[in-house]
Design a protein around this ligand. Structure first.
Ligand SMILES: Nc1ncnc2c1ncn2[C@@H]1O[C@H](COP(=O)(O)OP(=O)(O)OP(=O)(O)O)[C@@H](O)[C@H]1O
Ligand SMILES: [Mg+2]
Length: 347
């Protein structure tokens, strides 16, 4: 649904005496139809640049952007007439912003109508559509209110309704929840998830909150210095040995309680996650297992996450129980040992 190939963005600013900043350095992104895709990464990694290039708010330096089968970069490049075509193509992409960007002099309903005015939709149709959208985001009773009279979460709901006005296939969101408190964040994420399911909307969202990825994303990518360094479904990422994204999503810590101990990080993904493997391990080998730390969550209806356990005795004494864990389909990393090689299918 969204594909970028070799997407590059170099900023040249006049203030810094022609110094160049490479914000995107050959990004190949692929977002499937109907999925919620999260992009995470440190500040300055190029996340906002990526999303602004995807809807051509920012002109890529090189590379292509295809959304819903249409090559936007080609449209942008074709002279003056292309402006109209690009604008039309862009109306199938909704955009939600961190700071809502609502017009304070307009009512909630008039804010939602704004993109429809630009598209030349007649007054009556605009009004009907705006009220429909406000119902959809749970603000049916706020049509006549002004943005200043709304809470942050309500303002973001207006922002989402406005983004949906042009019936987009794709919704882009740049830190839509980072100005909100945790509870409001949850309700906005739930709304995005519902819209994704009800309308079949493909969502590409940028966040620095791992919680957001765990709560609603089907897939995720990690950006570093203008590049995508890891990407995949949450289960694929978890199955990847040494994945920085997996460690960030499910951080575990904990130190050994003595010298004569073996620490093992166990990653649960897929079907193995639903079996009580730890208790079975304790029973079968009659050993005491301590859980030092765990970060578990339910993703796509399955328990996924990581756990650090401590087994009595050195590694050499625990080869058999560790082998048992591996046979259960779990990904096992023994601290202080070489990581197991990547399995087929894991990227
Ligand atoms: N309009 C611009 N002109 C010049 N440089 C820019 C511009 N926008 C972004 N940059 C630079 O490009 C790099 C990537 O910025 P970008 O805003 O995409 O990062 P980000 O991942 O969204 O960061 P954050 O998490 O802080 O929002 C940074 O080094 C930034 O300073
Ligand atoms: Mg940003």
């Amino acid at each position: 649904m969204i594909t970028t190939t070799g997407l590059t963005k170099v900023y040249r600013s006049s203030q810094s005496r022609g110094r160049e900043v490479t914000a995107l350095d050959g990004v190949d992104l692929h977002v499937r139809e109907g999925e919620v895709f999260g992009v995470v990464g440190q500040s300055g990694a190029g996340k906002s640049s990526l999303i602004r290039c995807v809807n051509l708010l920012e002109r890529p330096t090189s590379g292509t952007v295809t959304v819903a089968g249409q090559d936007l970069t080609a449209l942008a490049g074709r002279g003056r007439r292309a402006g109209t075509e690009l604008r039309r193509a862009r109306s199938s992409i909704g955009m939600v912003f961190q700071h809502f960007n609502l017009l304070s002099s307009r009512t909630v309903k008039d804010n939602v109508e704004l993109p429809l005015e630009i598209l030349g939709v007649s007054g009556q149709d605009r009004s009907r559509r705006a009220l429909e959208l406000l119902d959809l985001v749970g603000l049916g009773d706020k049509a006549k209110a002004y943005p200043a009279q709304l809470s942050g979460g309500q303002k973001q709901r207006v922002g989402i309704a406005r983004a949906l006005a042009g019936n987009p296939k794709v919704l882009l969101s740049d830190e839509a929840t980072s100005a909100l408190d945790p509870e409001t964040t949850r309700s906005i994420l739930q709304l995005l998830r519902d819209l994704n399911r009800q309308l079949g909307l493909t969502v590409l969202l940028i966040t620095h909150e791992m919680e957001v990825v765990k709560t609603i994303c089907d897939s995720a990518a990690l950006m570093e210095k203008g590049r995508i360094v890891e990407s995949g479904t949450v289960a694929e990422v978890l199955a990847t040995p040494g994945s920085a994204l997996a460690a960030a999503l499910f951080p575990v810590s904990g130190d050994a309680s003595g010298d004569d101990r073996t620490l093992v990080d166990v990653t649960f993904h897929g079907d193995a996650a639903t079996r009580p493997v730890i208790s079975r391990l304790a029973r079968v080998y009659n050993i005491d297992i301590s859980i030092l730390g765990a970060a578990m969550d339910t993703v796509g209806g399955k328990q996924v996450g990581r756990m650090r356990i401590e087994l009595p005795g050195r590694y050499e004494e625990n080869v058999v129980p560790i082998g048992f864990l591996r046979e259960q389909g779990l990904r096992i990393e023994v601290l202080g040992q070489e990581p197991e090689p990547a399995k087929d299918g894991a990227k």
